[in-house]
Design a protein around this ligand. Structure first.
Ligand SMILES: [Zn+2]
Length: 307
């Protein structure tokens, strides 16, 4: 199962309709929690995903709407006696904030947090399901966006294997070595398989337009990106290090994104349809204007190409 579950969608301060930020990514056996703002622990109760399910927490930066939920979620890990270590990734420059949030109140700590800060642009973390990469974004404080990249795989074609009389342990050898000699002829892996394209998820929060935004969004199957403002406030957005819905949609269109999720809305706009209207002028793929507690599926794999 691969899906995004939205906990909250408000920038800066929660509103009656929108909780502070917060996003869960369910990706096979991994459940990643991104940017838990205030109230994230309670929002999780509505999703059917428990603290025990979490495998990693990623924080883009230490503004309150992206991290004030950490104390509650971290203490919940111990309250629920989560048996496995949970990795926590955040900008290394914000370690002092993380330490304070971690120990914001007294609790009996049983859960093991594996602290893995981001020290440099492009730093990668190896997960069971692929590579998590951090890219520097443009915001008044140190901020990193993230992307999860699953490597391409290969799917063997049974009818082609049968045609060459390859079966049993020989299949494993062919996959491992890349070729096999059969009846005086060399059969390569590419002849009997197709590429299974890996999937990509990208998470781009508070930032002005910069190279990091494009690097993260490139060929994402699912891109979650902030659209704090509309184009009418483009000058203000640039000044304070944020994106407009139009900019986010153009990035998605230029980067070959398939499903685009806009979120982190400023409370100055009462009608969320305005974000959709603006984004639609630039992006023709699947467009989602995030609402709290919404689930968004990662689209099916791109079509496999021959060997
Ligand atoms: Zn924010």
């Amino acid at each position: 199962m691969r899906e995004l579950v939205v906990l909250g969608t408000a920038s800066q301060a929660p509103t009656r309709q929108r909780n502070h930020n917060g996003y869960l990514l369910r990706w096979d056996d991994e459940v990643l929690l991104f940017d838990p703002g205030e109230g994230s622990q309670r929002q999780m109760l509505h999703t059917g995903i428990s603290a025990t399910d979490l495998t990693r927490i990623c924080v883009t930066h230490f503004h309150g709407d992206h991290c004030l939920g950490l104390p509650g979620v971290i203490q919940r890990l111990s309250l629920d006696r989560v048996p496995h270590p949970v990795a926590v990734t955040f900008p290394a420059g914000g370690a002092e904030y993380f330490d304070r949030l971690h120990h914001a109140a007294s609790f009996y700590e049983t859960a093991e947090l594996t602290v893995e800060p981001v020290h440099a642009d492009g730093q990668q973390f190896t997960l069971g399901v692929g590579t998590l990469e951090a890219r520097r974004l443009r915001h008044p404080i140190e901020t990193y966006g993230y992307r999860l990249v699953e490597p391409d795989g290969c799917r063997m074609l049974p009818e082609k294997l049968a045609a060459y009389g390859i079966a049993g342990p020989a299949v494993g050898e062919l996959i491992r070595v890349g070729h096999l000699d059969r009846n005086g002829r060399r059969v390569t892996r590419d002849e009997v398989s197709v590429t299974r394209p890996g999937q990509r998820f990208a998470f781009v929060m508070d930032t002005g337009l910069c190279d990091g935004v494009y690097a993260l969004a490139e060929h994402a199957d699912l891109l979650v990106i902030e659209a704090t403002f509309l184009e009418s406030e483009a000058a203000l957005a640039a000044e304070v290090g944020h994106l407009t819905a139009g900019q986010a949609a153009r990035v998605a269109a230029e980067s070959g994104v398939r499903t685009l999720v806009l979120t982190h809305f400023s409370q100055r706009y009462a009608d969320p349809r305005r974000f959709a209207d603006e984004a639609r002028q630039h992006f023709t793929g699947e467009l989602v204007i995030a609402e709290d507690l919404m689930a968004v599926q990662v689209p099916p794999r791109r079509v496999a190409s021959a060997g």
